[in-house]
Design a binder for this molecule. Structure first.
Ligand code: FAD
Ligand code: MG
Length: 295
């Protein structure tokens, strides 16, 4: 099957890129495995016009609007391999078909690697989060734990007092220096040095000496990795962000491999739904523009 552009990853960033390309009357394929990063959360916050909607509802409405364009071909599938041919066309192999295009947009997102603490993974997106802007407000100024994963966790602990009363669980991840301790104290952050054993209840933190510290929510900064190996297969270059690698792009959203564009969490240090939608819109327009010789 031949297309002008193939978008790999049909979530907020990818669909937004596809929408611009579709409206430019290009023939587009979107390949999407359906594993959005926020699928663990019941509600999505902070996206203007859709604040408090279910993440899936936002995606489904967007998909219905996108599929109203007859030039969009949707494949609910995983792209398993991608390569560039000598004639500069791309070949994308999914688990069922082989696709061919002039341009490729990678919107494959990232996967969160969570701290290996008993009870944490099943609370991810429910009472354990990473983004205060997304889920801080709903904690109603309650008891907030910050589970440290490294020195970056100081930022979490310094920010979160705007959303509630904060306990920083060091859990052996790092030791704040004197200046940090002073600033944390000024922000009213309690520091707990006992190792964390497990999470129970809503977000109760059970520590090594047997105490159970009841929290209304817990924030932690895990690491991230690319959700798909495709960018690596194509030879795209990466930069290192505070939580993990992300795709290097120029100011026109092009990766280091000519013809390959990228958007969303896979291509930025930090992301959310609003940013992914904006980023995708820009990337779709840039990918379209690049197909017009002489521009
Ligand atoms: P994603 O939404 O992660 O989508 C990537 C898509 O690409 C997926 O559908 C995936 O299956 C697909 N894909 C990957 N590889 C392939 C492949 N090889 N072939 C086919 N398809 C592939 N942001 C907010 O703004 N508000 C919130 O309230 C909020 N809450 C969050 C809660 C949690 C628990 C988490 C983890 C994140 C939250 N976020 C929130 C952040 C938000 O989820 C991301 O910023 C956003 O999903 C990024 O969009 P994206 O399109 O770049 O990637
Ligand atoms: Mg996407």
């Amino acid at each position: 099957m031949k297309f002008d552009a193939i978008v790999v990853g049909g979530s907020y960033a990818g669909m937004s890129a596809a929408l611009q390309l579709a409206r430019a009357r290009r023939r587009i394929a979107v390949v999407d495995a359906g594993l959005r990063r926020n699928r663990f959360a019941d509600t999505s916050h902070g996206f203007l016009g859709r604040d408090g909607y279910a993440p899936q509802a936002i995606a489904e409405e967007a998909k219905a609007q996108l599929l109203a364009y007859p030039n969009v071909h949707w494949l609910a599938d995983t792209a398993v391999a991608a390569s560039k041919r000598a004639d500069d066309h791309f070949i994308v192999t999914t688990s069922s078909v082989i696709l061919n295009s002039m341009r490729l947009v990678l919107a494959t997102g990232v996967v969160d690697e969570l701290p290996a603490i008993e009870g944490l993974a099943q609370r991810w997106g429910k009472s354990v989060f990473h983004c205060p802007y997304c889920h801080g407000y709903e904690l109603n100024c309650g008891r907030i734990g910050v589970l440290a994963t490294g020195p970056m966790s100081v930022h979490h602990a310094m920010m979160l007092p705007d959303w509630g009363s904060v306990t920083l669980f060091l859990n052996g991840a790092f030791e704040p220096d004197e200046a940090q301790n002073q600033r944390l104290e000024e922000r009213g952050v309690a520091i707990e040095s006992m190792p964390v054993m497990k999470l129970t209840g809503v977000a109760t933190v059970e520590v090594a000496d047997g105490r159970k510290l009841e929290m209304d929510g817990l924030f932690t900064m895990g690491t991230t990795r690319m959700a798909s190996p495709i960018a690596g297969q194509l030879g795209c270059m990466f930069d290192d962000g505070p939580t993990g690698p992300y795709l290097r792009r120029d100011e026109l959203m092009a990766t280091t491999v000519p013809g390959v564009f990228a958007c969303g969490d896979a291509a930025r240090m930090f992301g959310n739904v609003a940013i992914s939608v904006g980023d995708g819109a820009m990337t779709g327009a840039c990918a379209h523009r690049s197909m017009i010789a002489g521009l």
